[in-house]
Design a protein around this ligand. Sequence first.
Ligand code: ATP
Ligand code: 5RP
Length: 382
Amino acid sequence: MASCKCSSSNMRLSSARRVPARVARGAAVSRRSNFSQALNTVVVGLAADSGCGKSTFMRRMTQVFGGDPAPPAGGNPDSNTLLSDMTTVICLDDYHLNDREGRKVSGKTALHVEEQEFDLMYEQVKALKDGKSVDKRIYNHVTGVMDAPEKIESPEILVIEGLHPFVDKRVRDLCDFSIYLDISDEIKFAWKIQRDMAERGHSLESIKASIEARKPDFDAYVDPQKEFADVIIQVLPTQLIPGDTDGKVLRVRMIQKEGKEMFDPSYLFDEGSTISWIPCGRKLTCSYPGLKMFYGPDTWYGQDVSVLELDGQFDKLEELIYLESHLSNTSSKFYGELTQQMLKNSDFPGSNNGTGLFQTLVGLKIREFYELLVGKEVKVAA
Ligand SMILES: Nc1ncnc2c1ncn2[C@@H]1O[C@H](COP(=O)(O)OP(=O)(O)OP(=O)(O)O)[C@@H](O)[C@H]1O
Ligand SMILES: O=C(CO)[C@H](O)[C@H](O)COP(=O)(O)O
């Protein structure tokens, strides 16, 4: 890696264009008691295309709640479910209507809405949210068939991850917090090639063909869900290397909806202003092409949002504390918790860029959201 200690901190502040309307913390806490009487399980929805980092995100997020996520002990080794102390992650692929052979007959991709059993999805997510256990079948990605059901107990936090958590209004309304991983085509392609060629033995041509075949249904049924998310993590090619096609250096944006109760968007330096910051220098070592942060207001499908952006990558994970100390509303429980979480998971993909940083930040925000909603404190080891 070309070692360039990039120029000293360069910060541009513009005057506050809009101070976001927000719910005062006091108001949030006073709503809490109303919820806690009725709420058994907080439901978090995570939508993304396949191969977009949902599993990695889930591992980061559930670790913020403590415990290591693992498939149900002694169960089907091909189960898609992940259990940890407080969280249960179920994969909505388990609600595919047809198995792999069945889809050959129907001629539809797994992304098509007619290939999902939304009634069953709704009934089971509702039952779990109401504190009841369910027998949920398993879509086996190894064999391509539906396996015998597994028992899922109602957890404190239920994450429903998959292609369509926000398509059916009944399921969408069960989600207390919703996230969309918006990976641009170029980056998705780079990640998929890396995984499917290295780990699954697919050829470049077959990967390209599969992406092309899925794209119309992705555009029609998966992508539009990003309108409904409270937080969108957008992954784009870097702007630091003109014309970059490598997909290794990423520009990552965390788009946060304003005005959602019990959710105060995180910000850089000065809430409501527009800031562009190059933190590389004495306190943050950056190799070529450096690192740039941005924070500012925007709109998303007509709604006010604030955007935190990180383009580029950092060299030394422990120096992340420097960035963390300039972020506010991180929902961390102690100074440096964001950096500590990143260090703990340093072997996960995205640990040197905004994907890992913002996924972890979203994990902290969800933990705080849960605490305010349910009125219970999540204990963490400092
Ligand atoms: N932030 C990241 N940076 C670089 N590569 C990543 C990142 N996140 C995920 N990947 C790569 O993308 C591939 C897919 O990641 P992951 O398994 O987490 O996605 P997924 O959405 O759960 O996939 P699927 O639904 O197909 O199981 C993996 O090879 C992983 O290494
Ligand atoms: O989109 C997917 C995962 O989210 C899968 O492609 C879908 O579940 C079909 O699985 P398979 O390709 O293993 O038959």
